[in-house]
Every structure is written in structure tokens, then in C-alpha cells.
Design a protein around this ligand. Structure first.
Ligand code: PTJ
Length: 246
């Protein structure tokens, strides 16, 4: 383990990186997951490593959508499991959502490691492990097409964090509502989802757990395209401010 000085100006970012590297060493995270994280880090730097106003709006809308779903499912991949195992369980409880492991770079070894950390964090039932209840979702070439009949396949709302665009498009074609976390507001996933939270999942999952405890009667007004435009403008403003200070 690397010793990170507590006074380091980018301590949080280094601690998150450490979680990913440990996750890789413990078979949770795919090699490609480390690359995906690097891409995320670059965008996090651009958004100023803090939760923006537009992300807070998206979090409110996501909490409402998950809580009011008939059959919501939280899809878990390696990066998500390594970064926020406790929050996944808390969110599932608060929103009465199922948890399903669904991997792009699928292997039994990784599924086992991910299940272990979710169980250690309090998960009771985890879908995506039983071949008998699996079924293929149309329009996806990767291992992600194998989903659980009682989970993603029959869900009306699916939370898909740190996602590849193809699956989001396929899930939308299957008439599901999609909530995602993506630090890149320009990604296909960000543009295809119904609600995109442009923030680091480590910050926004904590806020989503808090938000999902509240009793909201009315759906917040939310338009994903408009909100993404605001997220891009927030990055622009942040960069202009930095350029002025330079
Ligand atoms: O665990 P597996 O096998 O299912 O594989 C998962 C990865 C992440 C490797 C796979 O889904 C993948 O290749 O994803 P992409 O296409 O690289 O997309 C990941 C997106 O998540 C990128 O747009 C990143 O900017 C974004 N991202 C990375 N880290 C974070 C993030 N968004 C929010 N929070 C982060 N910490």
C-alpha cells in the first residue's frame, strides 16, 4: 500500500485511485476499469472535483424515479463495487431496489469477488449469478447481454453506473428508464440516459442515499438534455475561472 500524505492537495482523488487499485488487486476491477477511471479522473478535474448544481438536480430526480419505480434494479460492475459497496446496499434499501451484478469483462472469478464485497457490506440477495434465471437481452454484443429474468430483464428503472453506451441504448430500446453516473457529459451513455448524474460516483452516491430517504410527493421537473447542457457550461465556467487566475 502506498502512503499518501494527508496534506496532499488532491488527497481525495488519490484515495479514490487507491480504492480502484486495491479493487484490481482483489479481482473486483477489470484492467480496463483502471483506464475508465483515468478517463473519469480527467473529467473530474475539469468539473472542479465537487458536486455541481446540475448534478444535485439530477440526484433529486434520480431519487424520485428509483423510489417510484415498480421494479428498480441497481446494476453493479467492478468499479462501482470497489468504490461504493456500502452506498449500493443503502440505496437498494431506501428505494426498494434489487441488486444485480452485470459485467462487461465478465468472469466467474470477478463475479465471486464482487458478490463477496457486496455481502460483506450487507447485501442479502444478489442477482446475476444464477445461470438458471438468466436470459439474453437483445442488441448487446458484450457479456452484458446476459441478465436476470427477475432483475434487469423485467425492470422498469435501471441504475447503470460507469457504463458503455451500447447497453444504455439497448436498455432504452427495451423501454426501460435509465439513471446513470458519468463524469463525461458528452458520452453516449450520458446522452442516452433519462437521468445523467455528471459527478464522481463516490460523491454522488452518498448524496443519492441521503436524497432517497426523503419523502418527495411530486416528481421534480427535470430534462436530461437541458441539464447536460448546464453541466457542460459549468465546466466551461470553471475553466474560464482557472484561466483568469492563472
Ligand atoms: O466491471 P466491468 O467488467 O463491467 O467493466 C466496467 C468498465 C468501467 C471497464 C466498462 O463499463 C467500461 O469500459 O466503461 P467505459 O466505456 O470506459 O465508460 C466509463 C465511463 O465512466 C467514462 O465515461 C468515464 O468518464 C466514467 N467514469 C469513470 N470513473 C468514474 C466515472 N463516472 C463517475 N464516477 C467515476 N468515479
Amino acid at each position: 500500500m502506498t502512503i499518501i500524505p494527508k496534506s496532499h492537495p488532491r488527497l481525495n482523488s488519490l484515495l479514490i485511485r487507491e480504492k480502484l487499485v486495491n479493487g484490481f488487486d482483489n479481482n473486483l476491477v477489470a484492467k480496463e476499469g483502471l483506464l475508465a477511471h483515468g478517463r473519469g479522473e480527467a473529467f473530474d478535474y475539469l468539473i472542479g472535483e465537487k458536486t455541481s448544481k446540475s448534478a444535485k438536480e439530477a440526484i433529486k430526480a434520480a431519487a424520485f424515479m428509483l423510489k417510484n419505480a415498480e421494479n428498480s434494479v441497481i446494476s453493479v460492475n467492478g468499479n462501482f463495487a470497489a468504490l461504493c459497496p456500502k452506498e449500493i446496499i443503502q440505496l437498494a434499501k431506501n428505494t426498494d431496489s434489487k441488486i444485480e451484478v452485470n459485467l462487461f469483462y465478465s468472469s466467474e472469478k470477478r463475479k465471486k469477488a464482487i458478490t463477496k464485497i457486496l455481502k460483506k457490506s450487507g447485501a442479502k440477495e444478489i442477482l446475476g449469478l444464477n445461470k438458471k434465471s438468466s436470459i439474453k437481452l437483445l442488441g448487446i454484443d458484450s457479456a452484458r447481454r446476459i441478465v436476470d429474468k427477475n432483475g434487469i430483464f423485467s425492470a422498469d428503472v435501471v441504475l447503470v453506473p460507469l457504463e458503455d453506451g451500447d447497453r444504455t441504448i439497448a436498455l432504452k430500446k427495451a423501454k426501460k428508464k435509465i439513471v446513470t453516473f458519468d463524469l463525461n457529459p458528452l458520452s453516449r451513455t450520458a446522452e442516452t440516459a433519462d437521468i445523467t448524474i455528471v459527478d464522481n460516483v463516490t460523491r454522488s452516491m452518498k448524496l443519492l442515499v441521503i436524497e432517497s430517504k426523503k419523502k418527495l410527493k411530486k416528481s421534480p421537473t427535470f430534462n436530461n438534455n437541458k441539464n447536460l447542457k448546464i453541466a457542460i457550461l459549468e465546466i466551461k465556467k470553471n475553466l474560464e475561472r482557472r484561466a483568469k487566475d492563472a
